[in-house]
Write a protein that binds this ligand. Structure first.
Ligand code: NAD
Length: 454
């Protein structure tokens, strides 16, 4: 398998893909390793994960460079992810023991308690856009809970995945407790036929549904963190229109729009629409597009060449239905999978751009006249990951946020994930939760003890 740098289109590395046989061997080893790993105390397992965090910190520059070279993520954003994702380890440090320890529920004649046992060996099939954040949400939490992990990094972030393995082993996770599977979807398919004790997936809705239906007959836990079409609504009472535009632009264009919770569509009250759009475009024009290894670059190439056509098709379809491209809409004349940041107005929900995940540097800004109209449009999507409202009035914002069918709502912020609250999608955005105490328990199975003394 060839690893290609999306900024230069050069081959960086040749890797050997896993096969059905190598996966079976790894799984066999992991089953043995998990039996011993689960007998360690939570504190012992945590200590190893904390050591892993220290190694990541010590090697942050090298790790960020690897991430940038294989995904095209601008280097400052790669550094931000490598160090920022360590907050998952802080969360585990403060909370894992509390939520994984056994609980005494009743102490009458029959003593009743619950223990939280690991599942066994779980598959973590992952995405490339934030491999640290979404990887940690699964494999670090699963390991602390006493599971072994068969981690399949995305084929677009394999070098990062191999680094996770190296550093986890160096930190003290036994070799037969964490293993990687290298390859694309056809290799991932072998995992669905193997005897794993749970499937934790981050990726597209299409692959998520395929995984869930393929393994359904096995009756093991399946958790899906999928895509989104996240809306942001700016009310007419917003305190600072320029600041709202700056935040919205960053939410839409950070990591080239390749975030599951990127702002994918914007609604603005008609009374402030023109002013908002002017500020928004002015802000996007300041983004430097270019070499992702350059510290001053904000917009690098897309990670996958094939996404360019998907986005250009959305632009062309929207234009044919009356949308106006007021910025970008084309590709710079250079090597690499680049696309200029694109802003469209005169958009409607008859256009794919406002309904289907774009996962790139493109945004439609639609005018609305009431909160009710905004709410209807925000909920008009098969997805349900996040939604944001900008307003100076918390009650007015909350009234709307309460009626949105999504897993996370934001007031005066957007495109953010906190380890303290559950990360979960509704409808086509997923099933189950990572992070928070729900995420700590996601990798366990409860056992109830009912004990009557003689
Ligand atoms: P993808 O579905 O193409 O691939 C995800 C993973 O699944 C990869 O490792 C891939 O090799 C593997 N895969 C593909 N076919 C498979 C099969 N038949 N069997 C087993 N494994 C298979 O998604 P992607 O392009 O890597 O990720 C982008 C998507 O992920 C976007 O939709 C994005 O919104 C979503 N995402 C969601 C979250 C979240 O937390 N909700 C986070 C990051 C990304």
């Amino acid at each position: 398998m060839q690893v290609i740098n999306p900024a230069t289109e050069e081959i960086i590395k040749d890797l050997t893909e896993d096969t059905q046989t190598s996966i079976a061997q790894k799984l066999n080893q992991l089953k043995k390793g998990q039996a011993l790993w689960s007998q360690k105390t939570i504190d012992e397992r945590l200590e190893i994960i904390i050591r892993f965090g220290g190694l990541v910190k010590a090697n942050a520059d090298e790790l960020a460079e690897i991430l940038t070279k294989e995904t095209g993520k601008p280097i400052t954003q790669s550094k931000g992810e490598v160090t920022g994702s360590l907050n998952r380890i802080e969360h585990l440090k403060s909370n894992a023991k509390k939520w994984l320890s056994s609980e005494k529920i009743a102490s009458g004649e029959v003593i009743e308690s619950i223990t939280y046992e690991p599942l066994g060996v779980i598959a973590n099939i992952s995405a490339w856009n934030f491999p640290y954040n979404v990887g940690y949400n699964v494999f670090l939490y699963a390991l602390v809970a006493g599971n072994a992990v068969l981690y399949k990094p995305s084929e677009y972030a394999s070098l990062t995945g191999l680094k996770f393995k190296e550093l986890l082993h160096q930190a003290g996770v036994p070799k037969d407790v964490f293993e990687t599977v290298i390859g694309a979807g056809s290799v991932g398919q072998h995992l669905l036929e193997a005897d794993l004790d749970g499937y934790y997936f981050t990726g597209s809705h299409k692959t998520g549904v395929h995984i869930a239906t393929t393994v359904a007959h096995r009756l093991v836990p399946v958790q899906l963190e999928l895509g989104g079409k996240d809306p942001l609504y700016v009310m007419d009472d917003v305190q600072d229109i320029n600041q709202a535009a700056i935040n919205a632009a960053e939410g839409a264009f950070y990591n080239n729009g390749q975030s599951c919770c990127a702002v994918e569509r914007i609604y603005v009250d008609e009374r402030i629409y023109d002013e908002f759009v002017a500020h928004f475009v002015a802000e996007v024009k300041t983004y430097k597009i270019g070499d992702p290894m350059d510290e001053s670059t904000f917009t690098g190439p897309l990670t996958r060449a094939q996404q360019i056509d998907i986005i250009l098709n959305q632009i062309n379809e929207a234009k044919s239905k009356g949308a106006e491209v007021i910025l970008g809409g084309d590709r710079p004349d250079s090597k690499g999978y680049y696309l200029n940041p694109t802003v469209l107005t005169q958009v409607t929900h008859n256009m794919g751009l406002m309904k289907e995940e774009s996962f790139g540097p493109i945004i439609g800004i639609q005018k609305v006249s009431t909160d009710k109209e905004a709410l209807t449009l925000m909920n008009d999507t098969p997805y349900g990951l996040t939604a944001a409202v900008y307003s100076s009035d918390e009650n007015r914002a909350r009234k709307l946020l309460d009626q949105l069918n999504v897993g996370t709502v934001y007031w005066n912020c957007c495109d953010r994930v906190s380890p303290n609250t559950p990360w979960s999608g509704r409808k086509n955005s997923g099933l189950g939760s990572t992070l928070s105490y729900q995420g700590i328990r996601s990798f366990t199975q409860p056992k109830s003890y009912q004990m009557r003394g003689l």
